[in-house]
Write a protein that binds this ligand. Structure first.
Ligand SMILES: NC(=O)c1ccc[n+]([C@@H]2O[C@H](COP(=O)([O-])OP(=O)(O)OC[C@H]3O[C@@H](n4cnc5c(N)ncnc54)[C@H](O)[C@@H]3O)[C@@H](O)[C@H]2O)c1
Length: 337
């Protein structure tokens, strides 16, 4: 592997400009953007100017595989899986933003290609696994989670509030393209296989706003309860692990971890807090996840997760949740008078 790592930045829209490139620029690993790719040449040129890359291209067909070691891909779901496949086949390591493909079959196909090209690293962008508070919560509950437990995840975000990227409904867009983060977190905390999914969607007055509770029943008796939707004023992520001894460990936001019910320590004990806030590097997880990607490419250390298998499992859970949340399965309130 050459040093520095020669990077292609593929898909130069909001996610690349707002989250990926700024964190990439603060990363400690030795890297150099060499080309920015986007069919929208203005976007490619903007990212070229911001990143200092010497070249732009309008398609990955124009990439010279001998001059690129790895790619950061932030395109809509439809071309994601195809682009990742093409990169892997050319021996280019690939970080691809979630959901990494438009559907479960597309992710299944990508996982088969990844199997055949296992010397090339493929990582999927589920940044919340790298967010400091959630990582701390994960670490302090390792022994708790060896026994069946109850996990609560809240993942609320105003966007999308309209169907996007070829998906027909807002709920499906939201679940597949954004809410998949919540399913990924549930699988990371509760690794026992999910045997059953149920869901309930609260009626709301606006057709493109929803709030849902989704239950994942795990084989070991654990239960994950996800509260998700876009009926919210602002973005919010929280997680709590309820242990069988009655103690509750929670990350009420991305800034702290609290022992909120007794486990031998006074309730409310703060176990972790980030003060002062760190401009998002640790809080969002974007920085550490890109560092992990580059470290794996450069050192060829064991691949760090999440990978395509996690994205595929998350997508399958999205399929099941969506079948529960379709209007025909909505609970109708009947009078008992
Ligand atoms: N991890 C996160 O929290 C997070 C947050 C936001 C977005 N994302 C993901 O990032 C991806 C991009 O989202 P966005 O908000 O930046 O969208 P966007 O529409 O702002 O940007 C996408 C860009 O990709 C370009 N593009 C389309 N087809 C392409 C192709 N074949 N080759 C190269 N470029 C192509 C578009 O022209 C556009 O500039 C999505 O998959 C989204 O789910 C992840």
């Amino acid at each position: 592997m050459t040093h520095p790592l020669r990077l292609a930045l593929i898909g130069c829209g909001k996610q690349m400009q707002k989250n990926l490139l700024p964190f990439l620029q603060r990363a400690s690993r030795d890297h150099r953007p060499v080309v920015c790719v986007d069919p929208d040449i203005e976007q490619a040129d903007r990212v070229r100017a911001l990143s200092g890359a010497p070249a732009t291209a309008t398609s990955i067909e124009d990439l010279d595989a001998d001059k690129v070691d790895a790619a950061i891909v932030a395109v809509p779901p439809q071309p994601s899986a195809e682009i990742a496949e093409q990169l892997l086949r050319q021996g280019i390591h690939c970080f691809v933003e979630k959901p990494a493909g438009p559907s479960t079959p597309s992710l299944h196909r990508l996982s088969e290609i990844a199997d055949k090209t296992s010397d090339v690293h493929l990582q999927v962008g589920f940044n919340f696994r790298y967010a400091a508070a959630l990582r701390q919560l994960h670490d302090v509950t390792v022994s708790t989670r060896e026994h069946p437990c109850w996990l609560q995840i809240e993942f609320l975000s105003r966007h999308p509030s309209a169907p996007q990227w070829g998906v027909e409904t807002t709920v499906e867009s939201w679940i597949r393209q954004n809410g998949v983060h919540a399913f990924d977190l549930a699988q990371w905390f509760n690794t026992s296989p999910v045997q059953r999914v149920d869901g309930h969607r609260l009626p709301t007055t606006e057709p493109d706003r929803f709030l849902a509770v989704i239950g994942l029943h795990h084989a070991d008796g654990s239960h994950s309860m996800l509260r998700v939707g876009n009926q919210t004023q602002r973005f919010h992520v929280s997680a709590a692990v309820h242990a069988s001894d009655g103690s509750v460990y929670s990350a009420p936001s991305l800034e702290s971890v609290v022992l909120s019910r007794d486990a031998g320590m006074p309730a409310g004990t703060q176990l972790f807090g980030q003060k002062p806030l760190d401009h998002g590097w640790e809080r969002s997880g974007f920085g550490p996840e890109l560092e992990a990607f580059m470290a794996t490419c450069l050192d060829r250390s064991s691949p760090r997760f999440p990978g395509i298998i996690d994205a595929l499992a998350g997508s399958q859970l999205c399929d099941q949740a969506l079948s529960e949340l379709t209007p025909s399965s909505d609970t109708t309130v009947t009078s008992v008078a």
